[in-house]
Design a protein. Structure first.
Length: 113
């Protein structure tokens, strides 16, 4: 997928937000984010988004529940939930010590479940 394509404002915002959340997720876990896999996940999200109407893209951007459901789905479909799985599962046993905001539980559940 070409990176010089001009995406809609909603797609660009969702791409940046997803990437930021992935980096924060790995940072809170004190793990190096698997850069190539993160970028592949962002590309996967982009492909999903450009396949839907602009109004739907905006609705997802503006609705935290829908946005996080899409992020979770993309996290799994892109295979990120399998990266560092054993390490993350071990860390997640002490959930409170991770310091992750509750919305990140959606990503943790995919690693543990």
């Amino acid at each position: 997928m070409r990176e010089d394509i001009a995406y809609s404002e909603a797609v660009q915002a969702l791409r940046e937000d997803f990437r930021r959340h992935l980096i924060l997720f790995y940072t809170h876990l004190k793990l190096a984010a698997p850069y190539n896999s993160v970028e592949e996940a962002v590309r996967h999200l982009t492909r999903k988004l450009i396949g839907i109407a602009a109004a739907e893209q905006e609705s997802i951007r503006d609705d935290p529940a829908r946005r996080w459901a899409l992020y979770r789905e993309t996290f799994v479909e892109s295979g990120l939930n399998r990266k560092h799985r054993g390490i993350i599962a071990g860390l997640a046993r002490s959930r409170a010590a991770l310091g992750l905001p509750p919305e990140y539980d959606r990503l943790l559940e995919t690693v543990l479940g």
